[in-house]
Design a binder for this molecule. Structure first.
Ligand code: G4P
Length: 189
């Protein structure tokens, strides 16, 4: 998505070699109009898949997931972070390790909102090491839902998230894929 690439170049700030700050439209301040455009684009890539639910994880994925859900006309479920109440019947959960925050966190979804009749589109803001995506895929499997694929706003290809998910046959669509980046340049795939 050309406009996204331009905004990344014009507004993004690379921290070290691994983190891209895009706080002006994605991770702190949100540009509603642009978020809708990104959501529509992600939805259009999965048109005809019979999606019944969009699934993301709190917090930064929620806005673009909502935009995709609106475009598809389906509800949006966000996995909650924190201690999973695994004792509760019908809670799907997975442990994900955040490389950015250097800690493991449990993410969970109530069984009331995802089940065998659902076809799920996972949406998230970043695909980095693929931990969050792996956790969400695990939750979809636990729910017995069909997975249509994952729609990502910014993929940092060099951190290997796509590779991590390769064996599971997950279709991944990203709006901007970064091959390499440093403080003075960002190279897209
Ligand atoms: P992974 O899930 O793909 O393995 O990535 P990683 O562990 O590195 O990411 C953990 C958190 O950091 C995620 O947010 C992810 O969206 C975010 N993140 C990863 N790379 C970047 C980046 O380059 N820039 C920014 N701004 N965020 C990045 P989270 O912990 O779930 O937090 P939240 O912000 O969604 O609440």
């Amino acid at each position: 998505m050309q406009k996204l690439k331009e905004r990344i170049v014009n507004e993004g700030r690379v921290i070290g070699t691994g983190i891209l700050k895009v706080d002006s439209f994605l991770n702190h301040q949100i540009d509603p109009q642009f978020t809708m455009e990104m959501g529509r684009e992600l939805a259009s890539r999965f048109a005809g898949e019979g999606i019944t639910k969009v699934l993301t994880v709190e917090a930064s994925g929620i806005a673009v997931a909502t935009a995709a859900g609106l475009a598809l006309g389906v509800p949006v479920v966000f996995a909650k972070k924190g201690r999973a109440s695994t004792q509760d019947a019908g809670v799907y959960s997975a442990r994900v390790y955040s490389f950015t925050r250097r800690e493991a966190v449990d993410i969970s979804v109530s069984g009331r909102f995802l089940g065998p009749d659902d076809t799920v589109l996972i949406v998230d803001d970043f695909l980095a090491h693929g931990e969050a995506l792996r956790g969400l895929v695990e939750i979809v499997r636990q729910a017995g839902s069909r997975l249509a694929g994952a729609g990502i706003v910014i993929e940092k290809v060099f951190q290997g998230g796509r590779e991590k998910l390769k064996g599971q046959g997950v279709r991944i669509e990203s709006l901007a894929a970064i091959r390499e980046m440093s403080e003075d340049r960002i190279v897209f795939l």
